[in-house]
Design a protein around this ligand. Structure first.
Ligand code: PBG
Length: 327
């Protein structure tokens, strides 16, 4: 039979398959999100995220070292304060939980690249991502506090800041504040394309940050929207963002691709807590193979165009790359 094109020719053996592989990944693009909490000698498992923990500052070293040794050289820190208030003052306190964590991390693992999630929801008593005026989140008042939060994280040792609050104008407000204090070279990774998503459920248990009333739909994006994703990405590029993030990752590969094609700066995507929880639960039930599923999910994000992948499976992914399963 005459058949000139036989795609199977290039699939005959592993060497050839790898030679023609279109998506290449590297451990240097992985970021691990890590929760730090007040208290001593704590490593508390997060119920909805088996295998993930909240660490007290004095227990961070073991995790940071383990990550670094496996080739994950960047972490994003989330602080869980002992007390919350209306104005989320723990977010920008110089001795706040995440500020203490940055100082400690720099001490115990100086080569680890440290990213700060900049938001108020872990610190406010009402669980919203900004300050309230009656029942709504006041955008412009919140900007000042976010800028202050970013500055305090950088002063404590954060190498990069990542605003996740979805207030309008926060990238510019943070850029100005950092520049005023001389931090002209600290990059901003903006959670620009962040959807109001049920995939964040387990995170809210982990950080005790579920809103006490209402939802986040007046600031996070409606997941029916595609053009709005470009709008958000473009606005943040204009405001001075250095990296644009799409979040969640798994159900949003189309938008990773769109953003990648339309902007000229690096694109990150965040495989969020619900993605992790679903894989874990299904694997524990024996319904899927955990390792192959997490590889497939990560590769799909890279194939869609992500340059940076933020994942609770960062260490496992690094190991899979070492073993040549992916990469
Ligand atoms: C803070 C923040 C959230 C996540 C990252 N930063 C929660 C939210 O917006 O409700 C979610 C991360 C995850 O689900 O893993 N605003």
């Amino acid at each position: 039979m005459e058949l000139r094109n036989r795609p199977r020719r290039l699939r005959q053996n592993a060497v050839l398959r790898k030679m023609v592989r279109e998506t290449r990944m590297d451990k240097s693009s992985l970021v691990y999100p890590m929760f730090v909490t007040e208290g001593r000698n704590l490593k508390e498992e997060i119920i909805s995220m088996p295998g993930q923990y909240r660490y007290s500052v004095d227990r961070m070293e073991e995790k940071l070292t383990e990550l670094y040794d496996s080739g994950v050289s960047s972490v994003m820190l989330f602080g869980i304060p002992a007390q919350k208030d209306e104005l989320g003052s723990g977010a920008y306190a110089s001795d706040g939980i995440v500020q203490k964590a940055f100082r400690r991390a720099k001490e115990v693992c100086p080569d680890m690249y440290l990213i700060g999630d900049v938001c108020m929801c872990e610190y406010t008593s009402h669980g919203h991502c900004g300050v309230l005026r009656e029942e709504t989140v006041d955008n412009d008042q919140t900007l000042k506090l976010l800028a202050q939060t970013a500055l305090s994280q950088v002063q404590a040792g954060a190498d990069m800041v990542a605003p996740s609050d979805m207030m309008d104008g926060r990238v510019l407000a943070i850029r100005r504040k950092l520049d005023e204090h001389g931090y002209i070279n600290t990059p901003i990774m903006s959670y620009a394309v962040k959807f109001a998503s049920s995939f964040y459920g387990p995170f809210r248990e982990a950080a005790d940050s579920a809103p006490s009333f209402g939802d986040r739909k007046s600031y996070q994006m409606d997941y029916h929207n595609r053009r709005e994703a470009w709008k958000e990405a473009m606005l943040d590029v204009e405001e001075g963002a250095d990296i644009i993030m799409v979040k969640p990752a798994m159900a949003y590969g189309d938008l990773i691709r769109e953003v990648k094609e339309r902007i000229h700066i690096p694109v990150a995507s965040y495989s969020v807590s619900g993605e992790y929880a679903m894989v874990k639960a299904a694997a524990q039930a024996g319904f899927v193979d955990e390792t192959s599923i997490l590889c497939e999910m990560a590769v799909s994000a890279y194939r869609a165009g992500t340059d940076i992948y933020i994942s609770y499976f960062a260490k496992e992914l690094a190991e899979c790359m070492d073993q040549g399963m992916i990469g």
